[in-house]
Design a protein around this ligand. Structure first.
Ligand SMILES: [Zn+2]
Length: 271
């Protein structure tokens, strides 16, 4: 599933090819995405220039002259920049054609992705207004994290995966950030000290930044038909390593299911 680093990499990958371009036509081949695409969206977008590409949590925001196109990649979505007359393939759901002769094409086999148009401030949109601060911005720090974790009895791993508290931390990054911070995933959120909250905030920023940097090597894959965009390997300390030796202390990594998701940790390095 695309996580925040994959979405950020998509933003950086497509931006040079779409920013400044005029939308000559937007074609929705199949409006049945997670939410049905508004039938008026294509006509609204046509003729507008794309000023910039931004990200909020896992939403891509194309800033147009009169608002925004808001795209979510869902479980299996991807965006590619292709020549306008490229033949459609299975699961290609919409195309944003540009005056460059290239188009932005959305493919999504499972159709949990989405396309909306937003007039006015996108942060007021129903899908965005309850989201926590961006984890890579200064407003997200140890003091913020301690404030939101302190009242909660829930396991800290589940708390940091709640997008109303922390955005962009999926299952892999939750296990990895807790390992780096030396905190057991099953601990009650409210048991973290201020120092541990600060360590966890720093670890979340570090795992996301490392993943984005790893994704930087895939940027050229967003243009043209060669090479699959999106996913990249980074060094994982605990995720997917049940029974294997901890890379720091050698103790076998433990695994259990929390909130229906596989969770990995080292019983020695994490307290
Ligand atoms: Zn260890």
């Amino acid at each position: 599933m695309p996580e925040l680093p994959e979405v950020e990499t998509t933003v950086r990958g497509i931006a040079p090819h779409v920013a400044g371009r005029l939308i000559t036509r937007l074609t929705v081949h199949d409006p049945r995405l997670r939410w049905r695409v508004d039938p008026k969206l294509a006509e609204w977008a046509r003729g507008q220039r794309i000023h910039a590409v931004q990200r909020r949590a896992k939403y891509l925001l194309l800033q147009l002259e009169r608002g925004y196109l808001m795209i979510h990649l869902g479980m299996s979505g991807s965006l590619r920049v292709l020549p306008v007359r490229t033949a459609r393939e299975a699961h290609d759901h919409f195309d944003v054609e540009m005056d460059s002769g290239w188009m932005l094409r959305f493919n999504d086999p499972r159709r949990f992705g989405s396309l909306h148009h937003v007039q006015g401030d996108p942060s007021a949109h129903a899908l965005l207004k309850k989201l926590a601060p961006e984890p890579l911005e200064d407003a997200f720090d140890g003091a913020y994290l301690h404030r939101v974790l302190h009242p909660r009895r829930v396991a800290v791993k589940l708390a940091i995966m709640n997008s109303q508290l922390v955005v962009g931390v999926g299952n892999i990054y939750a296990s990895e950030a807790l390992f780096r911070a030396g905190i057991r995933p099953g601990r009650a959120a409210r048991s973290l000290t201020r120092a541990q909250s600060a360590a966890l905030a720093a670890a979340i920023k570090a795992v996301l930044t490392d993943a984005i940097n790893a994704g930087g090597t895939t940027l050229r894959n967003y243009m043209g038909a060669d090479g699959a965009p999106g996913y990249f390997k980074q060094k994982l300390f605990v995720y997917g390593r049940a029974g294997e030796p901890c890379l720091v202390c050698g103790t076998p990594i433990k695994q259990r299911v929390m909130g229906q998701r596989a969770t990995f940790w080292c019983a020695v390095c994490q307290r």
